[in-house]
Design a protein around this ligand. Sequence first.
Ligand SMILES: Cc1ncc(C[n+]2csc(CCOP(=O)(O)OP(=O)(O)O)c2C)c(N)n1
Ligand SMILES: CC(=O)[C@@H](O)[C@H](O)COP(=O)(O)O
Ligand SMILES: [Mg+2]
Length: 625
Amino acid sequence: MQNILDKILSGELQLKGLPADRLDQLCAEIRGFLIEHVSRTGGHLSSNLGTVELTVALHRVFTTPQDAIVFDVGHQCYTHKILTGRAGRFDTLRRAGGLSGFPNREESPHDAFIAGHGNTALSAAVGIARAKKLKGEPGTVVAVIGDGAFTGGMVYEGMNNIDTLDNLVVVLNDNKMSISKNVGSVSRYLTSLRTSPSYHTAKHRTEDILDKTPVVGRYIKEALVYSKSVLRRSIYNSTFFEEMGFQYLGPLDGHDLEDLIAAFSSAKEYDSPLFLHIETVKGKGFTPAERNPAAFHGVGAFDTRNLPDPDEPMNDSFSEAMGSTLADFADTDSRVCAVTAAMKYATGLHHFSKKHRDRFFDVGMAEQHAVTFAAGLAVEGMRPLVALYSTFFQRSYDQFIHDVNLQKADVLFAIDRAGLVPGDGETHQGIYDVAFFSQFEDVPLYAPCNYAELRFWLLRLLSPQCSGPRAIRYPKGAECRELAALGCSGEPFDCVLHSGAEAPVALVSYGLLTREALAAGRALTAEGLPVDVYKVTRLNPLPEKLVLLLCAYSRVYTAEDAIVSGSLGAHLGLALQRRDYAGRYRSRGLPAGHIDHAEVPQLQKMYGLDRDGIIKWIKDDGKRG
Ligand SMILES: Cc1ncc(C[n+]2csc(CCOP(=O)(O)OP(=O)(O)O)c2C)c(N)n1
Ligand SMILES: CC(=O)[C@@H](O)[C@H](O)COP(=O)(O)O
Ligand SMILES: [Mg+2]
């Protein structure tokens, strides 16, 4: 039969009623769909290719939304979206107004829980399962969690709370990969479960015995293998998960639909939480992604017939500039260490890992641990840099406050993907870090707008003259020509556009938005409203000299791609007030909370932070007198 997927999507065929021997074909068609669409739109490819059979089996057995599937991180939910009525919107994936790349309750009732950040699925699933019990509602709750996410502490906090929830199933999708190779003791433990000779010998010996016993048919054999019988417990080693209160099944081949469906079907029969350990291949079915799953983890649009060379050096980016500068500096100071939470390549720390292997630490997907671990290094005299995406730094705010800042531990934070980010959307916007760090007047926070500034301030912050908690934030991607041309003055702020007049208006910005501010300032000045544009590089503490200068303007505006509350604008407003500034002061930033997925220039436009938006804002405000 051809085009089973089309028939399922049109309603002509039902997944639950499809003959079992058609399921492999369906999975092949879904893979084709994923490759075709993600190569056009960009998105998370490898993880989705690896979870096709898993998701088909889940939807074959369970019925959402009565049953709930909670995806951890959620970057692997594309097949779920296809099977729950959203295939037709895949051309809009991660685009403005289009399909989100993650589960989202506002997008579909079939999405049980929001995701984007890792390690949350088990806690969420325990909550949902508990609520179902309290309300007397039917339905199984399935948490789908990758082995990478299993390196994060929240998974264990959730596990500590499963009690005897018989409506809870945890699927551990073990592909030995986080974004790059998975790391640490948990990862090694999972490998030991898969490869332990005693485990396999015991398993195969049992199955051999059962196979050779004529009276024992497939179903009785399954019952024995899958049940919590004394026989099984005595033959199989007890796993950590069993000790935690789960019934443990596995490891199963996560691409074998028959096994998956049998296991999920049996899940309904258990009177305690079930843990299903499956092995999958990240990138399954697309040879380049199977060979190099990390390169296809999150991709931009690509040409399937003319793939980029995965061994080519990565694009130039702020992350690369940070990583290579740090790696070189560490040649001169043996106390410098680098810490990443499962983002070695994306943060540019791979340079450091190659040069200084013993001082490089990938702690897994565990930002909270990363920060406190770094504080531990620091109190012993090491000088760690922790590179985190702004959005994931949120995870470790208390660790920053309690473990780093209270004892002034010598930890430098490299805050990557700061500001607006493209594609990933509301879960990944890097908009809170300015407010977070600027609560502490003595914590320097720098926001370079180009590589020259990044290198200069990074080296300054690494130098022995600087110590204690300190941070540098920079956006995703490469510097732009206009801002590169500004070079680096080495000053905490610069006036980058002198209107030449007795300027009535000052416009203040930083980082990437300096480009929009400059363009707006030039246009307004050309139209006869002279504007001086200031670029701030040290956001915290606010340069006092800047405040004094701004007091001379009749109107002061700040524009930034961070939340308004606690932002540079908020602090500047207070500082001006303290100086009895009598002019007009306005600040513009981003709302806390939902910010859609779109390209960065589109988002800037949506929030009035692009050139035209800033021009209109200043003009309209002027009209108000
Ligand atoms: C708290 C947090 N830290 C880091 C990330 C970035 N991240 C996204 S996916 C991923 C790896 C996930 O590995 P795994 O759970 O095994 O899923 P796989 O991609 O292998 O299917 C990481 C580190 C994140 N989303 N959330
Ligand atoms: C799902 C997730 O959290 C990451 O895969 C993230 O999407 C990566 O973002 P970058 O592509 O900016 O590295
Ligand atoms: Mg994995």
